[in-house]
Design a binder for this molecule. Structure first.
Ligand SMILES: *[C@@H]1O[C@H](CO)[C@@H](O)[C@H](O)[C@H]1NC(C)=O
Ligand SMILES: *[C@@H]1O[C@H](CO)[C@@H](O)[C@H](O)[C@H]1NC(C)=O
Length: 357
């Protein structure tokens, strides 16, 4: 069994550094494109109703705050200039953490900020407190991805040299602190499960590729862990076992996104000139028939997405970054919604949340 105190550690290649996580506690980073304003990196809170977005505005980098209501638009707010190498992750719905390089060489700082937002009309634009430093880290490699596990209280920093740094970030009273010393782990093309309260020897190797990198490791509900092997096959594990999911799918998925309840899996895959989400129901061990993932209609390219839940009217909502060059739209935040029990061609909606381009 994977207990709450266990987390999976993923050996990641550099190519996987910009992976979006199914977990809403992760920060997503993407390459910069020239010109105009557009989203560079973003983080979503656990409920999926607030986000911090770093926007590149020509040579400037700006932090914007957004409260999200798919039915009612809340004005976003410009918070101030942002460090171009900072990464963000939410610790809870109101608190976001930043990890950014300082002026001192190889020293990175961890800060937290509290968000004041509402999604109920009449909504005011969100605001945030000034950053409070909760710790400094000596790092020789750049941080490329943050993943925060609420259950374990562990922030994982994925660095550009295939290394993982684990930090205990927990709330004591009203304050967030970094407890204990950072731990670093280094390995390639492996998935480990590690007992964070035990010794190193309690880690368990789940999977190892032999040729290339594995990508997009993600947690789902019901103890599921999924990843893509070097040949872009989808794998599922519940911590003890591992199996390849039989797919009737001739595209090469880049990312895996679990639905919040773990019942569905979305594959983000390029096709023609765009990249879309494809839905499948999470198979059980006894399902051996090949599964054909169903495309969720959208225009342009979806770069990253996080599942935020299912509405009372049975619509699945994902929030993600999408761009559509044909319409002159750069990377913007969208809600991509569909009815998971019906043909998505007739039951979908794409709702734009930001207007930077
Ligand atoms: C949050 O912001 C609103 C609008 O500016 C303000 O009225 C309210 O007092 C703020 N709440 C807190 C807890 O600071
Ligand atoms: C995609 O673009 C076409 C043409 O502009 C439009 O008719 C269609 O509704 C769009 N589809 C989606 C999913 O936005």
């Amino acid at each position: 069994m994977i207990a709450n105190r266990l987390i999976a550690l993923f050996g990641l290649c550099i190519a996987a550094s910009a992976l979006p996580h199914q977990s809403p506690f992760s920060s997503i980073s993407k390459a910069i494109t020239d010109g105009g304003k557009e989203i560079e990196t973003w983080a979503l809170n656990p409920t999926g109703d607030a986000a911090v977005i770093r926007v590149k505005n020509r040579l400037q980098h700006e932090l914007h705050l957004l409260a999200i209501n798919a039915q009612y638009s809340v004005p976003s707010s410009y918070h101030g200039s942002a460090n171009p190498n900072a990464l963000y992750s939410f610790l809870d719905d109101q608190t976001f953490l930043s990890v950014s390089p300082t002026v001192e060489q190889d020293i990175w700082e961890v800060t937290t900020q509290e968000l004041n937002y509402t999604v109920n009309p009449p909504a005011y634009p969100p605001s945030a407190t000034s950053p409070v430093s909760i710790g400094k880290l000596s790092l020789t490699a750049a941080v490329e991805l943050l993943v925060y596990s609420v259950q374990a209280g562990v922030l994982t920093l994925v660095t550009s040299r295939n290394g993982l740094i684990l930090l205990n970030v927990v709330k004591r009273g009203d304050e967030w602190i970094v407890a204990g010393e950072p731990r670093s782990v280094k390995h390639d093309n492996l998935i480990y499960l590690l007992n964070l309260q035990g010794s190193r020897s309690s880690s368990q190797l789940l999977y190892q590729t032999h040729n290339g990198p594995l990508t997009s490791p993600v947690f789902g509900a019901n103890n599921h862990i999924a990843w893509l092997s070097d040949d872009r096959k989808l794998w599922l594990s519940t911590g003890r076992d591992q199996r390849e999911v039989p797919l009737n799918f001739d595209l090469s998925p880049k990312r895996i996104i679990f639905s919040k309840d773990g019942k569905a899996i979305y594959l983000l895959a390029p096709h023609n000139i765009q990249q879309s989400l494809f839905h499948l129901w999470t198979p059980s061990v006894s399902d051996t028939k090949p599964i054909e993932p169903v495309r969720i209609p959208s225009n342009g390219t979806i770069h990253s997405a996080i599942h935020v839940g299912i509405t009372p009217l049975d619509h699945a909502h994902l929030i993600g970054v999408k761009s559509d060059q044909q319409r002159g739209e750069g990377k913007e935040l969208w809600v991509i919604s569909h009815s998971p029990h019906e043909d998505p061609t007739y039951n979908y909606e794409n709702i734009r949340l930001t207007y930077f381009t």
